[in-house]
Design a binder for this molecule. Structure first.
Ligand code: LLP
Length: 414
């Protein structure tokens, strides 16, 4: 286990979280290298024998150390901005194994991607197709592209993270895809390399995922009959993880194997772009209790992490387990775990039976995905430090922001 009790104290691999708090302070994100590697290897093992590429979705956790680790393991990357491309390159990732998705790529981002030798631009609209062709012509290059097709399949997940519905802003409508491919095939600046989809995040069962992949394969056959041959099928990410012990969540292997079974022995390369399932359970947010504040209607544990550090609970009503790092001698009570930010939405957890007192450390579990990357400086709070643990070693992989850095880019007009 990457986070487990040893001698009565919660550890990341072999390093006590208490030691990490002492060395690096709180709030602090702590990641387990072994957990990231093992999730990545689950994909590789399930894909064994198949021409396939795992393109880690950088948005889930874009720390350079995490990207470098995955690049060394052979991963490709799924990115959504020029900033993420710069990170992948800085971490030693290969542009040729990188896919660029997103509905709003700017001309500058497209140019940067083409000059870097991007593996594929996932096109989400006819207007974007035109823009890419124009930029490629100007640069004297051929742009490798795939269409991101909206398979119009309900992922049965939270509406904010559901992307495959008819009303979604993402992708090209399924019914329009063939026409757009045929139009793209007539543009000499474009090289049609694949097709992609992504129906949503935090999927609990493979059914909708497999259905979307099957729709993509049907489209590929339909296009081949019309003379357009594609080299890869990108089935997206979205594989869920367990936040609660009794959460339903099919393992990575089940998603991959069911997809392979549905696709059969097709010649195209299979691409998956998972984010959360690789890093989600591999990280915790370590925080210290500042105050115990009993109230008339509710009791509060006021901690030093807040919604600016981890916004998932207020934004999605997400549930993260809160685990005391060491069993406390304080009496147990039912608490809301809240931060110091001036918003009633500033909570990390609600209605949890916990025994804790001021000074105790708490770990907010399963915070490795969409934690640090969604953090902000709201209330002029410096962003947390990040630490990567490997066995007995803990390395600071991002130092805590300083107060001076908070307004380093600002100036008062003279
Ligand atoms: N591929 C595409 C095209 C995506 O849009 C996403 C996520 C992924 C892959 C990776 O999905 P994953 O395997 O991580 O589920 N902030 C939300 C999640 C937003 C997901 C956005 N797209 C959260 O905290 O739950």
């Amino acid at each position: 286990m990457s986070f487990s009790d040893r001698n009565g104290a919660l550890c990341a691999e072999e390093v006590p979280l208490e030691e990490i708090a002492r060395r690096f302070g709180t709030p602090c994100y702590v990641y387990s290298r072994a957990a990231i590697e093992s999730a990545y290897r689950e994909f590789v093992a399930a894909l064994d024998g198949r021409d396939a590429l795992v393109c880690y979705s950088v948005k889930a956790n874009s720390n350079l150390a995490v990207l470098a680790l995955l690049a060394r393991l052979g991963a490709g990357f799924d990115i959504v901005s020029g900033g993420e491309l710069a990170r992948v390159m800085a971490a030693g990732g290969e542009a040729s194994k990188t896919l660029f998705s997103g509905v709003g790529k700017t001309a500058a981002e497209i140019e940067l991607a083409l000059k870097s030798g991007i593996g594929c631009l996932n096109v989400e609209s006819p207007a974007e197709l035109e823009r890419i062709a124009g930029i490629a012509a100007r640069l004297g290059r051929r742009a490798p592209i795939a269409l991101r097709v909206n398979p119009e399949i309900d992922a049965r997940t939270h509406p904010y993270i559901s992307t495959g519905l008819r009303e979604s802003k993402f992708g090209v409508p399924h019914a329009a895809a063939k026409g757009l491919y045929l139009a793209a095939a007539r543009m000499p600046e474009l090289e049609l390399v694949g097709i992609g989809c992504h129906i949503g995040s935090l999927l609990v069962e493979p059914g909708p995922f497999v259905a979307a992949a099957t729709r993509m394969a049907e489209l590929v056959d339909n296009l081949a009959a019309a003379g357009v041959r594609l080299r890869h099928i990108d089935v997206g990410g979205g594989i869920g993880i367990r936040y609660k012990a009794d959460d339903p969540a099919a393992p990575i292997g089940a998603f991959v194997r069911d997809t392979l079974a549905a696709l059969g022995n097709r010649p195209e390369r299979l691409i998956v772009d998972p984010g959360r399932s690789i890093v989600g359970n591999a990280g915790v947010l370590l925080t210290r209790v500042e105050y115990v504040k009993p109230g008339a209607a509710r009791n509060f544990l006021v901690v030093d992490a807040a919604m600016n550090d981890l916004i998932r609970p207020p934004l999605y009503g997400a549930w993260h387990e809160v685990r005391p790092v060491r069993q406390s001698d304080a009496p147990s009570a039912v608490y809301d775990v809240v931060g110091p930010v001036c918003e009633s939405a500033d909570f990390l957890a609600k209605d949890r039976a916990l025994a804790a007192k001021a000074g105790d450390l708490l770990a907010i579990l399963s915070a490795g995905a969409y934690g640090m990357v969604m953090s902000s400086n709201y209330n002029s709070r410096p962003r947390a430090a990040e630490v990567l643990v490997h066995g007995r070693h803990a390395d600071l992989v991002r130092r805590r922001e300083s107060l001076a850095e908070l307004f380093a880019g600002e100036q008062i007009p003279g």
